[in-house]
Design a protein around this ligand. Structure first.
Ligand SMILES: [Fe+2]
Ligand SMILES: [Fe+2]
Length: 210
């Protein structure tokens, strides 16, 4: 039983660590593009900066969790990345081919990206809420503490993008975007998570990201 439980924690943290890592590295790139295009939008820049720093901190917490246990994460690829999947489905290209300059110079595209980040954060909030109520997470003190910190940080993350859209009278997420969000969420939870959990040949990374 303990072995299965530990595997559950390790798979969960491996998915989280991949997502936090992708989150802060992608936000970092976006932030540089925002600073070039909108140098006077100080408040927007500051809030996106805070968001980036928070995601980096989340990554560090999960990394510490593994380091303390003397482990590295399981190898998790872009098919488990919430933002990777969202970008692929909405922008029809992999995240590494995303042209941030092109996006930021096109209002329609940038609004789309803002909605996408916003929805990712809403999903993150709901997910943390569920995990904090989960008996298995409540049993694991160090993970519970990490998710408590994330719960505190998360609500501020969607505001910069939400405000940006509101100020410019752009619409909020539409049906297609909402459907995409649900599809990604449930396919990870119900299909992909069990696949990782039961894949006993799943290797661990030999080092951490970056
Ligand atoms: Fe995060
Ligand atoms: Fe977040």
């Amino acid at each position: 039983m303990n072995k299965a439980l530990n595997r559950f924690y390790d798979v969960l943290v491996s998915i989280y660590i991949y997502n936090e890592y992708t989150g802060y590295t992608e936000l970092d790139k976006l932030l540089s593009a925002i600073k070039v295009k909108y140098p006077d939008e100080k408040e927007f820049i500051a809030t996106v900066e805070k968001h980036t720093n928070d995601e980096r901190k989340h990554y560090r917490m999960f990394r510490d969790y593994f380091e303390k246990a003397g482990k590295t994460p399981f190898f998790v690829d872009a098919t488990y990345g919430y933002i990777d999947l969202f970008i692929k489905l909405v922008f029809k290209k992999p995240i590494e081919d995303l042209d941030r300059e092109e996006i930021i110079n096109n209002d329609k595209q940038f609004f789309k990206l803002c909605r996408l980040i916003m929805m990712t954060e809403f999903r993150g909030m709901k997910q943390v809420d569920k995990l904090l109520k989960n008996v298995l997470i409540r049993k694991n003190n160090s993970l519970f503490k990490i998710f408590k910190i994330i719960e505190r940080d998360e609500p501020t993350h969607c505001y910069p993008y939400q405000n940006w859209l509101k100020k410019r009278n752009s619409h909020m997420p539409g049906f297609e975007e909402k459907f995409t969000d649900l599809w990604i969420h449930y396919s990870i939870l119900l299909i992909k998570f069990p696949i990782l959990f039961f894949n006993f040949r799943l290797a661990r990374m030999n080092k951490f990201y970056d």
